[in-house]
Design a binder for this molecule. Structure first.
Ligand SMILES: [Fe+2]
Length: 380
């Protein structure tokens, strides 16, 4: 059966469906299709959840007949007497023949030459501006916003626009300022080399926010580096070392007065599409297992080079925080740090918090489908 250049045929021996277009052809399993039927008596129209147990389907299910009608409708008759209704474009989205409008953009690596744009907080009341901002966040891994409200703890509301604030043993918010008894180097005026936050936590926080309430010191510039860019460089220079950093699981540990936290993971990680999308680099907290000499030689040399790249001016951007600046960064992909400052010079007070990634991706998907939402749903 034909629609435009699309056609469907049944393979009688196996009961599979062959779908062809001008450029492509694919053979689809009967059960794969059956689970995608849109019939209102088998799929809840509001929640889009199935109303049945797919384990009850016959394992030898077959497609008996199929036809494409107008407006991308596909009807399939199965050997268990079920007549399923399908949306052909939806199937083509899933198998990659059509671009899925709601899919987050592909990430793009960047170096120090990136043009740092700052977004006015007020603009984000407009859904189209918000979608554009989220698009860039998903593409580059960070966003710098200005002129945000600066009442104490207002970060809870600001970050709450993009996700649900993660409560940790430091509370919902942490105050980055000089402390008399620091439990982390962040609470001093020392420089912080490029790092990812909390690799010892399970799960590792997805997105970090840093919000400036006051800053009247001259140093203390915030730094950012794209982990994907430095891993690509390492792969070019030292491919075997890079593989070791991908294959060896490292123990990350934090031990403080109120918590002992441990988690394991590789320094370099790929996603399900085999694309590098995650880095764990925290040179005060990592403990590699006692492996053989050759593996550890490669591990240490690769990690050393990755550390050098993560603090190299070709890859690192530096920018000042002023009152009302809000930095939002992907803690799985980006490394952050700060330059040294002199605490005797004045006050530098930031507040920070974490959220997961799914608030941002959900907002982006909703806006891509035409919704006018401007924040994730409020916590009850
Ligand atoms: Fe940090």
């Amino acid at each position: 059966m034909l629609r435009g250049h699309d056609a469907v045929f049944v393979k009688p021996q196996t009961g599979e469906l062959i779908l062809t277009s001008q450029e492509n052809s694919i053979v689809l399993h009967p059960l794969w299709l059956r689970e995608r039927a849109l019939n209102s008596d088998t799929l809840d129209p509001i929640t889009k959840q199935r109303k049945y147990e797919h384990s009850l389907f016959q394992s030898d299910l077959k497609v008996l007949e199929a036809k494409i009608s107008e407006k991308s409708k596909l009807d399939i008759y199965f050997s268990d007497s079920f007549e399923g209704h399908f949306n052909l474009d939806q199937i083509k989205n899933e198998i990659g023949w059509l671009k899925d409008v709601e899919s987050p953009p592909v990430l793009e690596s960047w170096t120090a030459s990136i043009n740092l744009k700052r977004i006015n907080w007020e603009c984000l009341k407009d859904p189209s501006n918000l979608k554009h901002m989220l698009h860039n966040f998903l593409k580059y891994g960070f966003c710098v916003m200005e002129n945000t409200p600066t009442e104490k703890d207002s970060l809870l509301k600001l970050a709450g626009k993009f996700g649900y604030v993660r409560h940790t043993h430091w509370g919902k918010l942490f105050n980055v300022e000089i402390k008399r008894m620091p439990t982390d180097t962040a609470y001093t005026d020392d420089a912080l080399s490029s790092h990812t936050d909390n690799p010892y936590r399970e799960p590792v926080p997805g997105i970090q926010f840093l919000h400036c309430l006051e800053n009247n010191v001259s140093g203390g510039l915030s730094t950012l580096v794209d982990g994907v860019a430095i891993i690509k460089q390492l792969e070019l220079e030292m491919p075997e070392h890079s593989k070791i950093l991908e294959n060896v699981n490292v123990r990350f540990r934090y031990e403080g007065p109120s918590a002992i936290l441990e988690n394991w993971g590789s320094i370099i990680e790929r996603n399900h599409n085999n694309i590098i999308n995650r880095i764990r680099l925290s040179n005060r907290l990592d403990y590699v297992p006692a492996l053989d000499k050759k593996t550890l030689d490669y591990f240490y040399a690769g990690r050393k080079r990755l550390n050098e790249l993560s603090n190299h001016p070709n890859y690192q951007i530096q920018f000042p925080f002023k009152k009302g600046t809000l930095l939002m960064m992907d803690n799985y992909r980006l490394l952050h740090g700060r330059t040294k400052y002199n605490g005797a010079e004045g006050v530098r007070h930031l507040q920070g918090c974490y959220t997961d990634h799914d608030g941002v991706t959900s907002l982006y998907r909703m806006l891509s489908k035409g919704s006018k939402v401007t924040s994730v749903p409020t916590e009850l």
